[in-house]
Design a binder for this molecule. Structure first.
Ligand code: AMP
Length: 585
């Protein structure tokens, strides 16, 4: 352990440090944070501050703070920090030193060696300057590896069989796409392309512009010269963007933003994911153009790519995944935190150099895509069962995703919601795993928004809920065994096979060695059947909604009786009995 080599991702926006612990890559946290924002500053007392603290003061005191120094590394230039000029190597060294200290505190010993990652397109001058930054920080840079190589390593890409991979890396300020070939355990970057000035910051800027316009139009105020208000707007825009990765709408609210002609200005506006996606569409287009240039550079066709790895925080934006899926026809990998996989790959490379044993990184992911059907376009034609994926294959568990849908005609009172597992653009070719109806929608025009939330936990239980956005009216179901490894019809067939096996066993073993509660005539089953009779007698007198609820419960009870699941009867029996009690009283 004496010569631990640390792995460092020295990023434009964020940096991380990782080591190998018990064979696995681990990001070392500082103050409970895995990510160190790549900001360096001097505080009011002239003390050096790095990371979150420096980031917080950036908008208020830009003259005392430096960000995105990676953009200048290798250039013969200097930056000004509170009146003193520093080289990019020195500023980078401050970030590296801070990461080195984090590792030393965690490990309780001095660290002197590191593997540092650099973009594949970095020139010799940029690489040399990065090495110098390491030296200034007291670190011998034993190897510099390309970021896409590190990402591939974190995915355990040391496999023997030859593969071609695309690493799509969209961070805060930069976009890089690389074509990587792996053969006999050797990772080689075939081509790389990108844009040094495209990233999540541009997405934030689009939201900032939207907010400034809103304030101009609604509150008749221009806040762009008020640095404090701009700082709040900038932070709010990034937060909104992050929320929109999981939710179809976000409410952006900032109270007492500033005073205008003696009255306080409050910001309160809603932004939908669809509106936001329109704002960033051109940026995504240019990343895909760059991807095709990289493919051309590697002289390979899109169809030859075996896997796609997503790197960088901005790849959490759902439409990026969708666009890549449409382009390549399969789901990109995002199992490993896209913010952390480069540092983890650096740690793996570091451990390999130090002769340590490394296991592949394993995480829990969903092997399937889950979604619903809606009116859409399939093969160029309008089709009512177009598949709309909500949780994508390869997502890390647990995961919660919400999508918005709208009613299709005026006065629509209910919506049918079908849940499918599979990848086919035609929902009917996927496996239906659940269905329910939301009734009692408000009487309004077509376009009434219904949000659908899918939440898949580590045990493979899928919670599905749908909500009418305006009223909060909600209905939900729980689908057990959503992660069952059977595909399509095989699932139904296996179920039938097992049920029929139980049927035969029941008739053979009946009355012999089963406890009373497991027999078809167990008292619990009798009670449940009597309850169903009572419920069915009430059908003529009850509202449509009550009838549907009762119907669902009867179905649940019958399926449990069929499966011999006596314990599982309690829930639906109690619920049905509550409804009957309420209706009869
Ligand atoms: P990186 O440079 O890889 O650390 O990426 C940082 C960028 O990722 C910043 O622009 C963040 O705002 C952005 N980001 C982080 N989380 C998310 C998210 N959940 N959805 C969209 N963008 C995100």
């Amino acid at each position: 352990m004496s010569n631990t080599i640390i792995g460092i991702d020295l990023g434009t926006t964020n940096s991380e440090v990782a080591i190998i612990e018990q064979g696995k890559a681990k990001i070392i946290e500082h103050n409970d944070q895995k990510i160190l924002p790549s900001y360096v500053g001097l505080d009011e007392q002239g003390e050096v501050i790095v990371g979150e603290k420096a980031r917080n003061q950036y908008l208020l005191y830009p003259e005392r703070t430096v960000k995105s120094i990676k953009r200048l590394i290798g250039e013969d230039t200097q930056v000004n920090l509170a009146g003193t000029a520093y080289t990019p190597q020195e500023i980078s060294a401050i970030i590296l030193k801070s990461l080195k200290q984090t590792a030393e505190q965690y490990l309780g010993k001095k660290i002197s060696k590191a593997v540092i990652t650099v973009p594949a397109y970095f020139s010799d001058a940029q690489r040399q300057a990065t090495r110098e930054a390491g030296e200034i920080a007291g670190l011998e840079v034993v190897r510099m590896i390309n970021e896409p190589t590190a990402a591939a390593l974190s995915y355990g890409a040391t496999v023997e069989q030859a593969k071609k991979m695309l690493v799509y890396d969209l961070g805060g300020g930069t976009f890089d796409v690389s074509i990587v070939k792996i053969e006999s355990g050797v990772v080689e970057v075939l081509s790389s392309h990108g844009d040094n000035h495209l990233g999540g910051d541009d997405f934030d800027q689009q939201i900032i512009n939207f907010l400034l316009n809103h304030l101009k139009n609604v509150c008749k105020t221009d806040i762009s010269t008020d640095s404090q208000a701009m700082a709040r707007i900038t932070r709010a825009a990034e937060n909104a963007k992050i929320v929109l990765s999981d939710q179809p709408f976000v409410k952006i609210e900032e109270e007492y933003l500033l005073e205008h002609q003696g009255s306080p200005i409050h910001l309160s506006v809603e932004l939908s994911r669809a509106e936001y996606e329109d704002m960033i569409d051109d940026y995504i287009d240019s990343t895909l153009d760059a991807t095709h240039i990289a493919l051309k550079g590697a002289k390979i066709a899109a169809s030859e790519i075996n896997e796609i790895f997503l790197v960088g925080g901005s790849t959490r934006t759902p439409c990026i995944r969708e666009r890549l899926f449409n382009e390549f026809g399969f789901e990109p990998h995002a199992e490993i935190d896209p913010d952390l996989c480069v540092a983890m790959g650096a740690a793996i490379q570091a451990a390999m150099i130090a002769g340590e044993k490394v296991d592949t990184v394993l995480v829990d992911v969903t092997p399937y895509t889950y979604g619903t059907s809606a009116l859409g376009v399939l093969h160029g034609e309008s089709y009512p069962f177009t598949y709309v994926p909500v949780i994508h294959k390869n997502s890390t568990l647990p995961i919660r995703k919400t999508e918005a849908f709208t009613t299709s005609y005026d006065g629509q009172e209910f919506v049918d919601i079908n849940i499918y597992q599979g990848e086919d653009p035609d929902a009917l070719n996927n496996t239906k795993i659940g269905e329910f109806q939301v009734t009692g929608l408000k009487d309004t025009k077509a376009g009434n928004v219904i949000t659908l939330t899918l939440e898949l936990d580590l045990n493979g239980i899928l919670h599905v809920s749908a909500q009418e956005k305006d009223t909060g009216l909600e209905k939900s179901i729980t689908i057990k065994n959503a992660l069952s490894r059977f595909e399509g019809e095989a699932l139904d067939k296996a179920k039938q096979r097992v049920t029929s096996m139980f049927g035969q066993m029941d008739s053979r073993l009946f009355d012999e060695d089963k406890p009373e509660s497991e027999q078809p005539n167990a008292p619990e089953i009798k009670t449940a059947r009597e309850l169903i009779d009572r419920a069915e007698r009430l059908f003529d007198q009850v509202s449509k909604e009550d009838k549907e609820d009762m119907h669902d419960l009867i179905e649940a009870i019958n399926s449990r009786i069929e499966a011999g699941d006596i314990d599982g009867l309690t829930g639906p029996v109690n619920q049905l009995s509550d409804i009957i009690y309420y209706l009869e009283s």
